[in-house]
Design a binder for this molecule. Structure first.
Ligand SMILES: Cc1ncc(COP(=O)(O)O)c(C=O)c1O
Length: 381
């Protein structure tokens, strides 16, 4: 039988140069494994950006530790370094930085600070596989990094995640923790096969919004294997099937998609240049050129006056907009205190969650998006 996981590992290592690659059912499970291997537990603090997905603070909380949030920089939507050192104390164990939309901003400096205080560092590369920062692939600066292969990510295997371990001292504990992984059961595999089929046959510009809504509702109600189960967004208890293994069904899809990655990376970068020129010419907020070098541009962020109105317009014109992050810990909209998050303490992250939407960079029909943006220029900040 073909070992798709082994083939995928070889393909991934061509980008990262690492052989220490481990797979999981989702990226968040990889993060959980890394934190556990680093010995994160009761009373520890883990620093994360205040503009992320709730599945990042979740594993920290599952292990009994506390997420400590850091305000973001409005230019790169990643952690603002000027707040970092003041949040470090005796309880701090790890710093997690994130390459939001594919940009590994300041990761070299973050690692420097982590080393200065004898802390571990992790890079959340769920948006940034295939990109580079200062000449090195995203994920190779920190002690470890994790990646996602969920639908919307740089390359997809439906859902899926993996991690690379750069600090050899962690390998022994990682190998022990890997033994705890639950096997993907038959219903999960079948579920994914149905989703691959539905995506291939029914997903297009006309059905995008309806299917997205349906998919999110089905996964929230635990009817299909989706991005986040109901429990992960309403509660801080570890779900029963959280730490799960990756399957050959997923890897087979992943191998198919990673083969097209270099072509997509090229297209994403070309489109990002076009978006930047357009926004700049119209005196709107754009991604600064000095942030461009090897940014993988999973998506291109734009600032809009009224998010809700802009989404309605996009739906009407069949434009595939992305809504992450719709809150400092997406997609949470209330009871933030459960996650130790107080949005008003992070004005830039809070503002971004109310005004940033993301436009696709892998489109072969950029004219359609540009004419939409042109028509509603007065909605863009
Ligand atoms: C910033 C960020 N980190 C982590 C994750 C988790 O990845 P996965 O869905 O593979 O668990 C996501 C989202 O999907 C994300 O957007």
């Amino acid at each position: 039988m073909t070992d798709h996981i082994k083939i995928l590992k070889t393909e991934i290592s061509k980008y990262l140069g690492s052989k220490n690659i481990y797979f999981h059912n989702k990226g968040r499970a990889s993060l959980y494994a890394i934190l556990k291997a680093m010995g994160v537990g009761l009373g520890d603090e883990v620093i994360i950006p205040a503009y992320t997905c709730v599945v990042v603070p979740n594993p920290i909380i599952y292990l009994g530790a506390k997420p400590v949030y850091i305000e973001i920089d409005k230019d790169n939507l990643c952690m603002d370094l000027s707040y970092l050192e003041q949040k470090i104390n005796d309880k701090t164990k790890v710093i997690i930085c994130q390459n939001t939309y594919g940009l590994s901003a300041n990761v070299d400096k973050i690692v420097e600070i982590a080393k200065k205080y004898n802390l571990y560092s992790i890079e959340d590369c769920t948006h940034g596989f295939g990109g580079q920062y200062e000449g090195k692939p995203n994920g190779t600066y920190c002690d470890a990094a994790f990646y996602s292969m969920q639908w919307n990510k740089p390359f997809s295997s439906g859902i899926g995640g993996f991690m690379i371990i750069n600090n050899d001292n962690l390998i022994e504990s990682i190998n022990k923790i890997e033994k705890e992984k639950l096997k993907a059961n038959l219903s999960t595999k079948l579920n994914l096969k149905i989703l691959f089929f539905a995506k291939k046959c029914f997903l297009n510009q006309t059905t995008y919004w309806t299917l997205l809504k349906l998919y999110r509702w089905l996964s929230k109600n635990n009817i299909v294997t989706g991005s986040s189960s109901g429990q992960e967004i309403s509660d801080i208890k570890i779900p029963k099937k959280f730490f799960m293994d990756y399957s050959q069904t997923q890897a087979k899809e992943g191998v198919k998609n990673i083969k097209n990655l270099s072509e997509f990376l090229k297209l994403r970068k070309e489109n990002a240049v076009i978006y930047t020129d357009f926004l700049k010419n119209h005196k709107k907020t754009y991604v600064k050129e000095d942030l461009f070098a090897n940014h993988s541009f999973l998506k291109y962020p734009i600032f809009v006056k009224n998010r809700k109105r802009f989404f309605e317009l996009a739906r009407k014109h069949k434009i595939e907009l992305g809504d992450w992050f719709n809150s400092p810990i997406h997609p949470i909209q209330n009871n933030f205190e459960k996650w130790g998050m107080f949005p008003e303490k992070y004005p830039i992250a809070n503002f971004a969650s109310k005004h940033v939407v993301n436009i696709p960079c892998d489109t072969k029909n950029i004219e359609k998006i540009l004419s939409f943006l042109e028509k509603y220029l007065n909605e863009i900040i």
